[in-house]
Design a binder for this molecule. Sequence first.
Ligand code: PHE
Length: 357
Amino acid sequence: MSPFDVSQVDSAESSALEQINAAASVDALRESENEMVGKRSPFATLQKTLGSLGPEERKEAGALLQASRQRVAEARESRLVELSQSERAQQLEVDRMDLADVVSSRASAPLRAGHSGLVASTQRQLEDVFVGMGFTVADGPEVETDWYNFEALNIPPAHPARGMWDTFYLDVGEPETVLLRTHTSPTQIHLMENAVAAGTLPIHAVMPGRCFRRDTPDARHLAVFHQIEGLVVDRGISFADLAGVIETFTRAYFGPDIDSRLRPAFFPFTEPSAEFEITCTICRGEGCRTCSLSGWVELGGCGMLDPAVFEAVGIDSEQWSGFAFGFGIDRCAQMRHAVSDMRALSENDLRFIRQFS
Ligand code: PHE
């Protein structure tokens, strides 16, 4: 057994203190416990050499050794506290959730109240104009049979005019042909049939709604679009009444600066028929891409009800006469707000939509 050496106690203590100070984490410090102060430490080795001393010296050296070991244990303990506090502080920093930030980000971006789209609000404004002129507002189905969409409107199967209204057919497994309506005109038929059945003629009504055509969308067309149909059935109605209603509507909705014109046209369910056009509001009549350089934009068709239609619904055309019109609601919105490309109406771009809140 090697003799007890006091200087080894000092060096064991200073090297242990050095290691304690150098320890980088609680885990590292815990792992080295045995080597520093425990069974495998220099202190344990020195302890064993105490036996080489006489009883007096052994007592003194033992106390010395114990005190030194005690100092190392205390230093280690306080270093443990220090390390665990800083580790905890670091963890808290990582886990930190700044509620003030959350609250203020909510406060700076409050929920916006939505508003009607341009087409919906245009529809309501158009209804208002016609209600102001004494019309009622009616509704009709978007899915129709061939009879309502075509035949009752004097468009028999294979009639060339059907080419104007190519559409989407529904396979419902019925013998009857069912389709998405290509215009709001079939609502005329429903209204007249109902009025005949209920004995409530005359009719002065507008019928807004969605229509569908197998069209390729462009600056003036959408495959899903909206029309507002007008129908007057009364006694002694003339083309002058139709022209007067359209003129009044144009002034009320577009204002006095917009010119309108009726151009002779053909529709199987009206005779005579006309196309209703206004000055293109994008170019003010100069000619542009939107109006295909014509300076005019067609808003819809109109005309005096054809006796063949009266016959289809059982109205006596000797007693009753009337007119009908069908205007594109999307076109009206487009011209009123000078939207150069109609596709903007259905693209859901908030930068566009928010301009019409
Ligand atoms: N329904 C026709 C269309 O969509 C327009 C129209 C309505 C024409 C009423 C005359 C009378 O083209």
